[in-house]
Write a protein that binds this ligand. Structure first.
Ligand code: SAM
Length: 474
């Protein structure tokens, strides 16, 4: 037997464990920045990963640790409270971050328990006192004393009532569970609630769009089931592909593509039509609309209120030659000099984004019910300005990446009530079916369409097409 130490294997092991430590440290820093300074994990994490020059395997680990911890934070907090016998609010915030990250490793990854505990304790030492470090050690060791199933059952037993149980197990705030239940109930699909909550906790695949007439999916790609313009790469780095194709191939959710296509393909395009994307930043749907407009001989104005986001729109449109204008204006007053000017308008309204929770891991903990009411006023003001800016006979697509009824079905119902002799709903569901490559399972009022992560694999985009039947008096 060879008893000599294998130095190469040993040093490889050390190098590897240093990398894992680095991935863990980056995850910790991002989680702390999300809590302390309202950072967005999906923006900060890639910067940190590239600065640290992590390999793609370590970048994957850092991403899994960060996103997994942030998504499941609600569930882990309940585990930590049970294991420590303390309300999480009573735990120092940086130590709570360490505990959440450690709990994630213990309950949801294959990291060896002793490594998860030891590394977490080492991390705690860098941010907390000796007693806080000891506390952290004790809580994590207590977590290792029970199986994943036992913790699941204990959390479930500790929750009060059906909504709280779902909120606990699927790690969503209770008010969001209720909003989802109501949105599904409006389609007679309340039984899908658990599937939906589960889908929010799974990382989505990177989906791309090939702008029609400008880009082609590379060989070996898997074309989308619904969107005729969408695909998933067979392998390789999507970002590199996007750069290589100068914006004619872009990263875009399949549901967002369908929302833009619902407007551009609602009826054949007449050359010379004027289109408006009223709230265009960062420009994903504007790019697809611009490509569609170019093919049909129409022109597009992409408008955005926030200067930095208007700049993103300009960049997004760089790959589409032709008649596209970017404006930087408040959409609520666009009608002041643009009354009855546009044949088609996309109002992709600012919303809570509850339909894209799987993409933004911390978002569910940031949103509050009050946001819905505040955004509702803005959505209505933008809707009314869009109605005024639409030509009689024109089409308006009201879109949100939120299935919350107040931002979706009810917002449209209210608008139809405000404009009784001016607006009429269109058969949105059949327009979408016409634009889709395969039949979509859509439910509820056919003048509106709600896409879902669990049912369609898309973000939960809401789409309603209306037409203007008469001039709108201001
Ligand atoms: C849901 S996002 C649009 C997403 C975009 N359509 C895309 O696919 O990339 C809503 C946008 O509306 C912008 N916005 C908010 N208030 C606005 C206003 N009063 N006028 C115009 N844009 C506004 C926000 O800055 C945000 O960029």
């Amino acid at each position: 037997m060879n008893t000599r130490p294998n130095h190469t294997a040993h040093s490889n092991h050390i190098a590897r464990s240093n990398h894992v430590q680095e991935a863990r440290r980056i995850a910790f820093d991002v989680i702390a920045a999300v809590r302390e300074s309202d950072a967005y994990a999906n923006l900060l994490l890639p910067t940190r990963i590239s600065r640290a020059k992590l390999s793609s395997a370590d970048a994957g680990l850092a991403t899994e640790l960060t996103y997994g911890t942030l998504r499941m934070q609600g569930y882990y907090d309940r585990v930590i409270a049970l294991a420590s016998g303390r309300a999480v609010d009573a735990i120092d915030a940086p130590i709570l971050d360490v505990l959440r990250l450690g709990t994630h490793q213990l309950l949801s990854t294959r990291v060896a328990p002793h490594a998860a505990v030891n590394e977490s304790v080492a991390l705690a030492r860098t941010v907390g006192s000796r007693s806080a470090t000891g506390f952290c050690n004790g809580v994590l060791r207590e977590i290792t004393r029970h199986t994943v199933t036992e913790w699941h059952d204990r959390v479930l037993a500790d929750a009060a009532g059906d909504d709280d149980k779902l909120a606990a197990i699927f790690s969503h705030p209770v008010w969001i569970v209720r909003a989802f239940r109501q949105a599904l109930a409006a389609e007679g699909r309340q039984s899908e609630l658990e599937e939906l909550l589960q889908a929010d906790n799974a990382a989505p695949r990177v989906n791309l769009v090939a702008l029609p007439g400008l880009g082609e999916p590379p060989t070996g790609s898997e074309v989308n089931h619904y969107s005729p313009t969408g695909f998933v790469l067979g392998g390789g780095d999507p970002q590199r592909l996007v750069e290589k194709h100068h914006g004619t191939i872009r990263v875009q959710d399949e549901g967002s593509q369908l929302a833009a296509l619902a407007l551009s393909r609602a009826r054949p395009v007449e050359p010379g039509e004027r289109w408006l994307d009223l709230c265009a930043g960062p420009g994903g749907k504007a790019a697809l609309l611009a490509a569609e407009a170019r093919l049909g001989g129409a022109t597009l104005v992409a408008n955005e209120l926030v200067p930095a986001r208007a700049e993103l729109v300009r960049r997004a449109l760089a790959g589409v030659p032709g008649a596209v204008d970017v404006w930087q204006r408040d959409g609520t007053s666009i009608d002041e000099d643009q009354a009855e000017s546009f044949d088609r308008i996309l109002l992709d309204a600012p919303c809570t984004g509850l339909g894209a929770l799987r993409r933004r891991p911390e978002a569910r903990w940031r949103k509050v019910p009050r946001d819905v009411a505040e955004l509702g006023r803005l959505q209505a003001a933008l809707f009314d300005a869009a109605v005024r800016a639409l030509k009689p006979g024109g089409i308006l697509a009201y879109v949100t990446c939120s299935p919350h009824l107040a931002e979706s079905r009810l917002a449209v119902q209210d608008a139809l009530k405000r404009w009784p002799n001016v607006l009429e709903p269109l058969e949105t569901a059949s327009v979408l079916q016409g634009a889709s490559e395969n039949p979509l399972d859509l439910a509820g009022d056919p003048t509106q369409a709600q896409l879902w992560p669990h049912r369609h694999g898309t973000d939960a985009m809401f789409i309603a097409l209306v037409t203007k039947t008469a001039r709108a008096d201001r």
